[in-house]
Ligand binder design. Structure first.
Ligand SMILES: *Cc1c(COP(=O)(O)O)cnc(C)c1O
Length: 315
């Protein structure tokens, strides 16, 4: 894989209409590496580090439905370096992502969720003992490098605005580990822009979820010499997490169907479909009207197919 020619992901208008707002979507699901998504955008930067540091294998972790693991396994494979994935027993099921990871020849080590950290330690030790120089990537591509990926995405948004004269009053996106949100918030700070960035949490509640975003912002700003710079308050909305990670309701399913029918864009029930539904609820609740609204599609295309398979089996 060669990342040199990768340019901006597209921004397009949606047919969605709610309170006379105009809706746009940034298609990071079309980021052109291993079925795209925010994990691909982040992983490309992690692999720059792998290459620069002459590391010769990678270790990461995630569940069987992890988009992050799919992308890391794919890039590692393309570079001909071994990829080790630590995966908690509790989440083991066959998904399109887990099948792709297997196809790519990544080595998965399963362990109880409480032992993930120690299993990672053990794996790194083993690899070093075998003479490897392993590179460790946080689950979900969390950390300053992941944040950097969304500072870059923010810059793409600003450049779209300059080209078209359209200003986005709001940027909504799915918030999981908070790295995507941290990157957007840092991007906004660097550009001194005024707008609302709203992360719709799909699992974490406040204050933990928002604290992690805040820490990620601080850590990134420290790393670029902007320590102690004030940023806008973090809008981390936890009203739509339902019963936590992976849970959804009929309205989420209807939202996914409707966006696919009218715009041909695939969402899933864990991340983007749930967050897009949450965004619409938030817009209604806060009576947001006549604004330009950008939603970032953070990917997860294989999960769209997992959801189809679930429907077929009536799960
Ligand atoms: C991981 C993931 C997210 C969450 O991104 P964070 O940077 O962890 O907040 C959102 N959408 C999809 C499809 C993901 O795979």
């Amino acid at each position: 894989m060669d990342f040199a020619g990768i340019s901006k992901t597209p921004i397009q208008k949606l047919s969605e209409s709610l309170n006379k707002n105009k809706f746009f979507i940034k298609r990071d699901d079309l980021f052109p590496v291993s079925l795209g998504g925010n994990k691909a955008r982040k992983a490309v930067l992690f692999f720059d580090e792998v290459e620069n540091g002459q590391f010769d294998c990678v270790v990461t972790y995630g569940s069987s439905s992890s988009n992050h693991c799919r992308v890391v396994a794919n890039i590692a494979r393309s570079k001909g370096i071994p990829c080790h994935i630590i995966s908690p027993d509790e989440t083991i099921k066959t998904t399109f992502n887990s099948q792709i990871v297997e196809l790519l020849g990544a080595v998965t080590t399963k362990c109880p969720v409480a032992e993930v950290a120690s299993t990672i330690e053990q794996k790194l030790k083993e690899l070093k003992a075998q003479g490897y120089k392993p590179y460790f990537i946080q689950g979900g591509g969390h950390g300053n490098i992941g944040t950097q990926a969304y500072v870059k995405a923010y810059e793409e948004i600003v450049s779209y605005e300059k080209e078209t004269g359209i200003h986005f009053d709001y940027i909504f996106h799915t918030s999981g580990t908070g790295t995507t949100q941290a990157g957007l918030v840092c991007g906004q700070l660097i550009h001194h822009d005024v707008r609302n960035i709203v992360g719709i949490s799909i699992a974490r509640k406040t204050p933990y979820g928002s604290d992690v975003v805040r820490e990620s912002v601080k850590s990134y700003l420290d790393s670029i010499g902007l320590a102690n710079t004030d940023h806008k308050p973090i809008h981390f909305v936890d009203d739509y997490v339902l019963d936590g990670y992976g849970t959804y309701n009929d309205s989420v399913l209807q939202t996914i169907e409707s966006v696919f029918q009218y715009d041909g864009i695939p969402f899933d029930t864990t991340y983007t479909g749930k967050a897009f539904w949450g965004m619409k609820e938030y817009i209604k609740k806060n009576r947001i009207a006549n604004k330009n609204i950008l939603f970032i599609h953070t990917g997860g295309i294989p999960l769209f197919f997992d959801d189809l398979r679930k429907r077929e089996k009536n799960e």
